[in-house]
Design a protein around this ligand. Sequence first.
Ligand SMILES: [Zn+2]
Length: 160
Amino acid sequence: MTTTMIAKAKALISTVTPDELDRAHEVYDFQKQENFYQVASSRDLFDENGDRVMYEVRYDRVHKCFTCSCPAGAEAFIHCRNGFCRHVVIALAAADEIKAANVERARWEAEIAEQTTRACRLEINGQVADKETYDRIMNAPVKVDRTAKARQIPAFSLLR
Ligand SMILES: [Zn+2]
């Protein structure tokens, strides 16, 4: 699979349905030290042990192409119109979703970490203020009216 084929597969990510996305998950291969994707067969096939048939989609760094353990992948996708099977597209979509979720989680964790270092708890309408609002309010310049006269403190005595 050439770079254009990867681009072709990526272009199809938007066609992946939520149901298809649910069929894919990321697996880490400790032996090869790489991630790959397991994608459940779309026809809900089960093997002789009653386990759902899962296909493995991997990226072959040496040949710069995707491989899949499905029947189409076994024959190097020669009968596939696009040059790859649907599992490859689903795996790419799953990878994208995981990436997006990681970005969101990192943002959320940074927000929580930032909130725990705050000197004060600031809530606006019951919600903890976001960083921007907190910084704006807590770092607002203090306005001092230098023309104001010192307040007269009435003298008082404990003795009446
Ligand atoms: Zn496949």
